[in-house]
Design a protein around this ligand. Structure first.
Ligand SMILES: Nc1nc2c(ncn2[C@@H]2O[C@H](COP(=O)(O)OP(=O)(O)OP(=O)(O)O)[C@@H](O)[C@H]2O)c(=O)[nH]1
Ligand SMILES: [Mg+2]
Length: 235
């Protein structure tokens, strides 16, 4: 054992600098994305939630309700596979699969590359399904106007207090798989109270793709958000 502890090398401060650069680069790309959306009157929604909480299922149920009066496209974020993009493509909706190759969240630069492949000027709304993860994606602005956070009742009523960042930044919270409420231990009041503790404003919509519960309300919210952007462009 050495008698004295080794003196930390300058390496540590270099790592901090790199981390700051990552966020700066992301913020720059996010700003550019948002400016492009605003210039073209396109509404962008970032769909977030833990792995398997039902994000793609929501899109499968809601997108047909928005078509044809709303022109929508989807960016699908995943670590691997094009499976989610294939599900969206079956609806006849333009979709680009964004693969992070192991990365736990989308960043604005990758989103920018996906947007370049979409006919942005012909769209009303772009929905970005983020990587299934209740933690990291919430830290990265993609240039979206709104965040839709999904919380599955199968994940437990303690999640809003354990992962507050995800729900704090949400403009809409969807309680997914509500048809399973009778089979799992999920106290609605606890979840609701904790959600309200971190986010006082966002509507909370219990929903199920099995029963159709909540799907019209989600579609209305997306339609309303897109309309606001279209009017803002004209103004
Ligand atoms: N019972 C029930 N099952 C659902 C519901 N929504 C989704 N599921 C099921 O939950 C599983 C995951 O659904 P996905 O829509 O793929 O979830 P996801 O959040 O997109 O998953 P990742 O993209 O991998 O994070 C599938 O087996 C769905 O059939 C629901 O409302 N009720
Ligand atoms: Mg998915």
């Amino acid at each position: 054992m050495p008698a004295t502890l080794p003196v930390p090398e300058a390496r540590e401060s270099t790592e901090i600098e790199v981390l700051r650069n990552v966020f700066e680069k992301n913020e720059h790309a996010a700003r550019e994305n948002r400016e492009a959306f605003d210039r073209l009157g396109v509404c962008c929604i970032n769909l977030l939630g833990g792995a398997g909480c039902g994000k793609t299922s929501i899109l499968e149920a809601v997108l047909p309700r928005l078509l044809p009066d709303l022109r929508a496209a989807v960016l699908e974020g995943d670590l691997k596979t094009t499976r989610d993009a294939e599900r969206i493509a079956r609806l006849g909706v333009p979709v680009i699969q964004l693969l992070t190759d192991g990365g736990c969240h989308l960043n604005a630069t990758l989103v920018q590359r996906g947007l370049a492949k979409l006919p942005l000027g012909e769209l009303d709304v772009v929905i970005i399904e983020n990587v299934g993860n209740p933690i990291c994606p919430a830290n990265f602005d993609l240039g979206e106007h709104h965040r839709l956070a999904a919380l599955s009742v199968t994940d437990g009523d303690d999640k809003p207090s354990k992962y507050p960042l995800l729900y704090r930044g949400a403009d809409l919270v969807v309680l997914t798989k509500a048809d399973l409420l009778e089979f799992v231990q999920f106290d609605l009041e606890t979840a609701w109270t904790d959600l309200r503790r971190v986010n006082i404003d966002a509507p909370i919509i219990p929903a199920s793709v099995r029963t159709g519960q909540g799907m019209d309300r989600i579609a209305d919210w997306i339609r309303g958000s897109a309309l606001v952007r279209r009017v803002a462009k004209r103004g």
